[in-house]
Design a protein around this ligand. Structure first.
Ligand code: SF4
Length: 402
């Protein structure tokens, strides 16, 4: 495994020497990207960007970039993606405070460490007071977006989610509220929207029916998952789809299908991370996805959906010590530091070796800020709605807009 073996902790002397750290690693303030001039910290983005050699809107070109390992082509792709990102968002990177409030899940996705069948995992649910405590801390640290994430936990009925949203919305009227709690009925989604949720993340994971069947038990349905995304969009949420790169049995054509699906759906947010195995799952012995291919998928997504909000995911930071920074250099523009209580972090174990499980929320916030500035980006703590986003002015049938 190449995940964390080269990581160590900083000392006070390191910090004086200008090294940023958290409990998951250390990197020099000047970056450590030998031989990779384009990614040198502080480089003005894309002053002499290579020319993008192929039309990213043709399937042939997409397939080519999904698989190419040519360094010049890859850099041209990343440079084009940065250019597009800069034209809509400048150098800003938006911060979202992530609150993982329950690791119970009734599903059994073969790749996921919090699947119901994982009996070795210690389960937890945060109380409403604990959730509000995370929000208050996040607010103090400057966050204006809260992301509430859980498995598909039946204990959190629509009534309970609605009550949670009303409590959060009551205390934080101006913050953006994002839900990431899986598949629910359209009626449920409408209730949550009315209660104050603005955004919803629901990765489709793979857009290929054949591939979906190899990653999920029979009772789960890709058609229903896609329908949830269309429903969420129709209701008025800013919607996030997304997928993993390098899941078992995935082919380049599957990744092309993912991009085509994104092109059709036009989500406002797209989460893309490498597949990382978790040892207590059926896929525990499969190799991780390719870091480089994940970066290329981020860049292609940026070109297809120029205004999308694309996180540099924790999974990227797990597979490579500078993974999130390189994700930003490939076109991402969001980070999601963790606001969950420290004592439960390790139990939200989607995959092995997950970073940022040992840090206080304030440490995560500061660490990310340092990393981002070090690469010439500007942390932005505002709500960070998608560029050009306008909430609907008038209620649709049964839906109150905000
Ligand atoms: S991927 Fe989501 S739905 Fe599937 S087991 Fe994990 S938390 Fe549950």
């Amino acid at each position: 495994m190449r995940f964390t073996e080269d990581m160590r902790h900083t000392t006070p002397e390191d910090n004086q020497a200008g090294l940023f750290s958290c409990n998951d690693g250390i990197y020099p303030a000047g970056g450590s990207l030998e031989g990779d001039d384009s990614l040198r910290p502080g480089n003005p983005p894309d002053k002499e960007a290579p020319v993008m050699p192929l039309d990213p809107h043709s399937d042939k070109a997409l397939l080519h970039f999904i698989t190419t390992e040519d360094p010049e082509e890859t850099e041209a792709l990343f440079a084009a993606a940065r250019e597009v990102r800069s034209s809509h968002y400048g150098r800003d990177v938006y911060f979202r405070g992530l609150i993982e409030f329950s690791n119970y899940c009734e599903n059994n996705c073969y790749y996921c460490g919090i699947r119901a069948g994982n009996r070795r995992l210690k389960r937890y649910r945060l109380s409403l007071e604990e959730i509000l405590g995370c929000c208050r801390l996040g607010d103090l640290l400057g966050y204006r977006t809260f992301v509430f994430q859980s498995g598909e936990d039946p204990w959190f009925t629509d009534d309970r989610i609605e009550a949670m949203l009303e409590a959060v919305r009551g205390e934080f009227p101006d913050h953006a509220i994002t839900l990431s709690i899986g598949e629910r009925s359209r009626a449920g989604y409408e209730r949550f929207f009315r209660a104050g949720a603005n955004r919803y993340l629901l990765r489709h994971e793979t857009a290929s029916e054949e591939h979906y069947r190899k990653l999920h038990p029979r009772r789960m349905s890709l058609r229903e998952r896609k329908q949830c995304l269309w429903d969420l969009k129709d209701i008025g949420y800013q919607v996030g789809a997304g997928f993993m790169v390098g899941t078992p049995f995935q082919t380049p054509k599957n990744l092309l299908e993912d991009l085509r699906f994104l092109r059709d759906l036009e989500p406002h947010m797209v989460g893309i991370g490498p597949f990382l195995p978790q040892e207590d799952t059926p896929f525990g012995n499969y190799p991780p996805g390719s870091f480089e291919q994940t970066l290329r998928m981020i860049a292609l997504t940026r070109l297809l959906l120029p205004r999308a909000l694309i996180p540099a995911t924790t999974a990227l930071g797990t597979i490579s010590p500078l993974g999130r920074e390189k994700g930003l250099m490939a076109g991402a523009n969001v980070v999601m530091p963790n606001l969950s209580p420290k004592d439960v972090r390790e139990f939200y174990a989607l995959y092995d070796h997950k970073i940022c499980t040992g840090d206080e929320a304030a440490e995560c916030r500061l660490c990310m800020e340092g990393r981002i500035r070090n690469f010439g980006f500007e942390p932005n703590m505002a709500r960070g709605d998608m560029a050009g986003w306008e909430a609907r002015k008038f209620p649709r049938a049964g839906v109150i807009q905000q």
